[in-house]
Each structure stands twice: as structure tokens, then as C-alpha cells.
Write a protein that binds this ligand. Structure first.
Ligand code: BGC
Length: 766
């Protein structure tokens, strides 16, 4: 017995001294990452490990909010962080102690470098990873390139552009010492009341999937250079079909709908290499996503083999206790979430203590904690943070807002603007329209930057009025300012615009929603800004109608994120443009389109319903959806998915299939001719839809399965081929097996999802 004890003591002493003396492999950049992770993990205390799993907001954010908001207000405000009784000094101290693994909402390089300096003082010098919502460029931070929001990008159907924007954003982020973007948002938007539609790539799972994949690849590269950042696919899952349209409200979705509609972009995101994922605010079929073992452990890790880490959304683990009430206290909430597979907590002060207690009490094993920490550390090593924890303040602006990135911002803005209606009035000429009145809340405001953008410097944003003045210098633009706030429009200003409209040759009303987050509670669109209708807010309709009553041609330009039911305008105005939020070059891009310097090419990535009562209105609905149409009002949308006009005409002809019969594992090639039959060069977005004519379970009336952006010179014809492979024909049968069923398949090729815009041919699977 004595002998055993002596051996044990000697072994422990040896382990301790060897621990101190053994070489610090984790600091050796040439050692394999796996070894570095294991070495570091073996040196960490439990407290340090739990700290790596915790994220905080930066000190400037804490200071700014504590300075401007009352305690009660802060507690109930999910957009702003507050740690009662905890000051920025405590945040700094914890960082020096190695108890914080990550920060978010740090928006200057100076602060990022400063916090990293504190982390470098910690015992093991583990760098923090900075996460930020770089959703369309790193726009959440000042002095960065601001590209169109995701919905606009999706309307360009331009996958190369999605990749390019993500790549450039990654470079700008690294130049600011940011390593991790909370994008792409690959939720499939199915409800226009939901304020986050503009943050998504629209309603079609296929388009969302491809946009998401390119974006992930663009951000991450090989995730081993100084220009790569970690992508975060979010929000998993179902929050884009909330039961009442409000953000974070319950979702009730069948496994079929999840697997057919909501899972595919996430599965593809994982396959594309996304190494972080954020769970969704909402409960899914009565189980909050943040404690949902089925989606995290079974589907994400089990089925899809996701190797990355899962981060919670803002205070959503806390919400298991204080909102969903599936946990009786915070500690239980943390327990439930970790046991469901959560790796990192966004954000707060109670995590460290309570999770450490849970381990000490034996409810959570240290092995389980190690799993999460391992995932997080691995990515810190891969991103090179141990070798290069800082970014260079002297050279940061060489990258941010550089000419190449600005060119991309302009080009992507041009490609994202949808011409919805044009009865001959566009393009404008300065000789015909010498005097033009411009009015509306979005005519001369930075709101064109969209949600997830901070205020940028004036010289880095072209408003629509400025763009018009720049592109048509010979035109007299008479601006009637309606302010930025749709809820508080001044009737006298509306009357003034109505009067001045009569003295012009043409009027432009720039309407829409308000999205800038710095006026969080004044917004009408964006995160946590959901609506019970989709009409124009305030006096905007009145403004449009009164200006149009002048009898002068009146054009409507919309700046918004969600779809707007502008039925009156659609019926009465000669031209309407859906600009979404085109970013820093909004004004220039819109003016170039208005004046015909750019031929519009974008097509809708969402259906535009007439009214909120038409929800859920999507193009890929089931056959019975309109069997009994609505009484009184139409059952058709204002504009269909895939719709978008140009200043030229495209004609489709000669749709041919390479076979009329194939085996279940066979392929068909569809060939079609597309001619630019007008007299301007342009880019046409050619769309291929499929329908499974008869099937053992109901299938959508059509589904987008391929598309191409095709540049066509005036008079030019191109022949295009699309390969239809078995994965495009397969679906989940009654037993949820993924199969191709024999029978007829209809191939539809054309300019939009409208039946009349599509050529059709069938083939049979035998
Ligand atoms: C949003 C996330 C975002 C996070 C951090 C949350 O409120 O839902 O999408 O990444 O805040 O800003």
C-alpha cells in the first residue's frame, strides 16, 4: 500500500514538473494543429476552458450603452448589451485572466488590438477571436466597403459576385483584426412580415443554397491565410417561417418541410466547409433551437458530420429560462444547451461561474467541455491568431475601401436593382425631362445602406438624389425633403410635393422602409422589426398618390428589405424600381439605371405579394394552394419570383431535351436558344424549373433547378445547355427516403417563374 502511494506521489510530481518543463508545442507554428490543440488543452484550467466558450461584447459597446440607456431599458433591449454590476474594467480584467474566448461588436481596429493586448497578458496567451456581423461588407463597422444587402445580391443571381464580395469582405475584416463573420444568413424567407427578409437570399432553397455556398467559400478560402475569415451559417433553423411573422416566435415545421426547404442550404454550407454555425432564436416544434439535440447533435453533427463549432445567438441560452421556460434557472439553461451540443455562448457574465460549477458538480464532464474547447482552439490556430494576434493600424486603410472593392460595390449594386414595371417612361433622357422633382423618405438618406450597416462617412455614400445629380447634371432636380422617418411624415411636406409635382416634367418618389440600426426603435424593417402588414408606412402612399395626381409621369423607387405590397402604385404608375438596399453606391447605380447608362438585369429572389393576407405566397407552392382562390381580391402576386425587366427584349426558342426517356440514375440535357431581340446589350437571367407531374407525395408546382446569367449583345443569340441530374429529380417519399420516382417530369425554361414566360417540354423516368 505504502509503495503504491509513493509511486503515485512520484508520478504526480513528475507530471507537474514535466508539465512546466515540457516544450510549449502550442506556440510552435510548425507543429501540427492537432498537437498544438492537445498541448494547449492539457495546460488549461477548467476556468480557462469554460472562458474560451464564452463571448463578450467589447468595452466600447458596454461604455456607449451604459452611458445612453437606463438600466431597465438595457435589460430589455436585446440589441444592446449590459452586464448589471459589471463594468468595462471587469471586462478588461477577465480578458487578462484568460476568461473570455471571443468578443463581438468591437467596431474599431484600435479596440480590437487593445483587447488582444490584454489577452496576450493572460497566463497562456490565447488570442481572442473577434466576431462581427459583416453581412454585406463589414458595414457594421465604419470605413468599410458597403455592398448591397443579401436580398439584392440574390436578385442578381450572380454567384461569382457573391464569392467576390465575401472574399473582399474577408480581407477588409482581417485588416481590422476581425476573424469571424456572422454570415451567411441562409434561412429561406417565407414570410414578408418578418423583418429579416432583406438579410436572406430570398425564398428559393436552391438559390439560397448556391448563394450561401459561394459566400462561405469566399469568406473562408482555405482558412489558413491572413485574408481568410471564419464563416457562420445561421440561423439553424426555421426562424424565417415564424408563426406570426415576428422574429424569434415559434415555428412549427414538419420534418419534411425542414428537409425539403430549410435544411438544404445548411447541409450544403457544411459541405462547402463552413466551420461555425449559429442556432436560431426560435423554438422548433416546441423545443428551443438552443437546446435542441436533434438538430445539433443528430442532424448537424451526426448526419452531416459538421466539424466546426456552434455558437448561440444573442442571449438565447438565457432565454431557455427567461422566455421559453424550459429551464428553471440560468444554470439549468446552460446545462441544457451544452448537453444539446452548444460550444460557445453569446454573451455574458454568468456563464463562466455556472458552467464551472456544473462540471465540478459532475453534471457535465470535463471531457464534454474539452470537445467544445478543442473545436474553438483548432479554428484559432487555423486562422493564424497565435502567430498574428494583431492587425496593422498603419496599413489598415490600404485594404478597406480600396478601389477594387469600391468597383465591386458599384457593379454589384447595378446588378441587384430590379426593374419591376416600365410602361415606356424609362430610360429617362435629360432632353425630355428637364425638370424633375425628387421626394420621399429615402431620396436623400443613408438608409440605402440597409440593415447591419452603421452610419458611414458622407463621402463614402451616394444617396439617390446625389446619384441623380451626378449622372444627369443638365437636369434640374427639385428636391422636396420628407425627412427620413416614415412614421412621422409631415402632411404639409406631402402637400408641398403634390403642388410642386405639377411644375415638373417628371416626378420620382423614393419610398420604402427605414432600416438603419442606430435608430433602432424608429425602424420599420430589419432585425426585430417585424410588421403586421406589408404596406408603405405613414403618409408614403398618400405622397405617391398625390404626386401622381399631378398628371406628370411619376416613378416609384423602393428602398427596403422585406417585400412591400404596393398595389396602388403597381396599378397606376408607369414605372417602378425595387432597389432593396444597394449599399454605398446606391445613388449612382439607381441613377445609371434610370438614365439608361446601365441596362437593368436583376430578377426577384422573392415573390411580391399584394397584401399580408396572401402570406404564405411563394412560387414553389403545392398544387392545391390556389384550388379555391381568395374571394373578393386576387390570388395572384404583384410580381412573381424571377421577374425583372430590362431595356431590351429576350426571346426564348427551340427548347430541346437530349432524351425523352431516362433511367432513374440517368441525365437529360435541356438546350434552349435565347435571343436579345431588342437594340441594347444586356444580361438575361435564364431560369430552369422542374415539375414532377405525378408523385407519391405532393410536390411543388415548379422548383428552380438551374439558372445562368447570360450577357447578350443586341441581336445576339446564344444556345444554352443545362444538365438535369438525378439529384434535381429526387425528393423524400412517404417513408422519407430520398428517391427518384418513375414518371413524367416537365422542364420549364424561360425568363421568370410565370407560366407564360416559360417554354415547356417533358421527359419520362422509367
Ligand atoms: C442576431 C444574430 C447576430 C447577433 C450578433 C442577434 O440578435 O440574431 O444574427 O449575429 O445578434 O449581433
Amino acid at each position: 500500500m505504502k509503495k503504491v502511494l509513493v509511486i503515485m506521489i512520484t508520478a504526480t510530481l513528475f507530471a507537474c514538473s514535466s508539465d512546466k518543463n515540457r516544450s510549449e508545442i502550442y506556440k510552435d507554428a510548425s507543429a501540427p494543429i492537432e498537437q498544438r490543440v492537445e498541448d494547449l488543452l492539457s495546460r488549461m484550467t477548467l476556468e480557462e476552458k469554460v472562458g474560451q466558450m464564452n463571448q463578450f461584447v467589447g468595452v466600447e459597446h458596454v461604455k456607449a450603452n451604459t452611458a445612453t440607456m437606463a438600466e431597465e431599458e438595457l435589460k430589455n433591449n436585446t440589441a444592446n448589451a449590459f452586464y448589471p454590476g459589471f463594468t468595462e474594467k471587469d471586462v478588461e480584467h477577465w480578458t487578462e485572466e484568460g476568461l473570455i474566448g471571443s468578443f463581438l461588436h468591437v467596431i474599431t481596429l484600435e479596440e480590437a488590438n487593445y483587447l488582444q493586448t490584454l489577452a496576450m497578458k493572460s497566463r497562456l496567451q490565447i488570442p481572442v477571436i473577434f466576431g462581427i456581423d459583416a453581412i454585406h461588407g463589414n458595414a457594421h463597422a465604419p470605413d468599410n466597403t458597403v455592398y448591397p444587402t443579401n436580398i439584392g445580391l440574390a436578385c442578381s443571381f450572380d454567384l461569382d459576385m457573391a464569392y467576390k464580395i465575401a472574399r473582399q469582405t474577408a480581407k477588409e475584416m482581417r485588416a481590422m483584426n476581425m476573424h469571424w463573420t456572422f454570415n451567411p444568413n441562409i434561412e429561406v424567407a417565407r414570410d414578408p412580415r418578418w423583418g429579416r427578409v432583406g438579410e436572406t437570399y430570398g425564398e428559393d432553397p436552391y438559390l439560397v443554397t448556391l448563394m450561401g455556398v459561394e459566400t462561405v467559400k469566399g469568406y473562408q478560402g482555405d482558412l489558413n491565410t491572413e485574408n481568410d475569415v471564419l464563416a457562420c451559417i445561421k440561423h439553424f433553423v426555421g426562424g424565417s417561417q415564424p408563426i406570426n411573422g415576428t422574429n424569434g416566435s415559434p415555428t412549427d415545421l414538419s420534418e419534411r418541410t425542414l428537409r425539403e426547404v430549410f435544411f438544404p442550404p445548411f447541409k450544403a454550407g457544411v459541405e462547402a466547409g463552413a466551420l461555425s454555425l449559429m442556432t436560431a432564436h426560435n423554438e422548433l416544434n416546441a423545443i428551443p433551437c438552443h437546446s435542441n439535440e436533434w438538430i445539433i447533435e443528430d442532424v448537424l453533427r451526426g448526419e452531416w458530420k459538421f466539424p466546426g463549432f456552434v455558437v448561440s445567438d444573442w442571449m438565447d441560452i438565457e432565454h431557455l429560462y427567461d422566455l421559453h421556460a424550459t429551464a428553471e434557472n440560468l444554470k439549468e439553461a446552460f446545462y441544457q444547451s451544452i448537453m444539446a451540443g452548444m460550444d460557445m455562448h453569446m454573451h455574458g457574465i454568468h456563464w463562466n461561474e455556472l458552467v464551472t460549477e456544473l462540471v465540478k458538480e459532475g453534471r457535465i464532464t470535463e471531457k464534454r467541455i474539452d470537445e467544445s474547447v478543442r473545436r474553438i482552439l483548432e479554428l484559432k490556430f487555423r486562422l493564424g491568431l497565435f502567430e498574428k494576434p494583431f492587425a496593422d493600424e498603419a496599413t489598415t486603410m490600404d485594404v478597406r475601401l480600396c478601389d477594387e472593392h469600391r468597383t465591386t460595390a458599384l457593379e454589384s449594386a447595378r446588378n441587384s436593382i430590379v426593374l419591376l414595371k416600365n410602361e415606356g417612361v424609362l430610360p429617362l433622357t435629360s432632353s425630355k425631362y428637364k425638370r424633375v422633382m425628387v421626394t420621399g423618405i429615402n431620396a436623400n438618406d443613408m438608409n440605402v445602406l440597409g440593415d447591419w450597416s452603421t452610419i458611414q462617412k458622407d463621402e463614402n455614400v451616394t444617396t439617390i438624389l446625389e446619384g441623380l445629380q451626378q449622372i444627369a447634371p443638365d437636369t434640374h432636380f427639385d428636391f422636396v425633403d420628407q425627412g427620413w422617418d416614415p412614421r412621422n411624415m409631415n402632411p404639409a411636406k406631402v402637400a408641398e410635393a403634390a403642388a410642386r409635382a405639377k411644375q415638373t416634367d417628371l416626378n420620382i418618389v423614393v419610398a420604402g422602409e427605414y432600416m438603419m440600426r442606430f435608430r433602432w426603435s424608429d425602424r420599420t424593417d430589419g432585425e426585430d422589426t417585424d410588421r403586421s402588414d406589408i404596406d408603405l408606412v405613414g403618409l408614403q402612399n398618400e405622397l405617391i398618390q398625390k404626386v401622381a395626381a399631378s398628371g406628370k409621369p411619376t416613378i416609384l423607387i423602393l428602398v427596403n428589405g422585406r417585400q412591400l405590397g404596393v398595389e396602388w402604385a403597381a396599378d397606376n404608375l408607369p414605372a417602378i424600381i425595387e432597389a432593396w438596399a444597394p449599399g454605398m453606391y446606391a445613388g449612382q447605380a439607381i441613377a445609371e439605371i434610370l438614365y439608361g447608362q446601365v441596362n437593368p438585369s436583376a430578377k426577384l429572389a422573392v415573390t411580391i405579394p399584394r397584401s399580408v393576407g396572401q402570406t404564405q405566397m411563394i412560387y414553389n407552392h403545392k398544387p392545391s394552394q390556389y384550388f379555391h382562390p381568395y374571394a373578393v381580391k386576387p390570388s395572384t402576386p404583384l410580381w412573381v419570383f424571377g421577374h425583372g425587366l430590362s431595356y431590351t427584349n429576350y426571346t426564348y426558342s427551340d427548347l430541346r431535351l437530349s432524351a425523352t426517356e431516362i433511367a432513374k440514375d440517368g441525365k437529360v440535357t435541356a438546350t434552349v436558344k435565347v435571343t436579345n431581340s431588342g437594340n441594347r446589350d444586356g444580361v438575361e437571367i435564364v431560369q430552369l424549373y422542374l415539375r414532377d407531374r405525378f408523385s407519391s407525395v405532393t410536390r411543388p408546382v415548379k422548383e428552380l433547378k438551374d439558372f445562368a446569367r447570360v450577357p447578350l449583345k443586341a441581336g445576339e443569340t446564344k444556345e444554352l445547355s443545362f444538365e438535369i441530374t438525378p439529384d434535381k429529380l429526387a425528393f423524400y417519399d412517404k417513408q422519407m427516403n430520398w428517391i427518384v420516382e418513375p414518371g413524367e417530369f416537365i422542364v420549364m425554361l424561360g425568363a421568370s417563374s410565370a407560366d407564360e414566360a416559360l417554354l415547356k417540354e417533358s421527359f419520362w423516368v422509367k
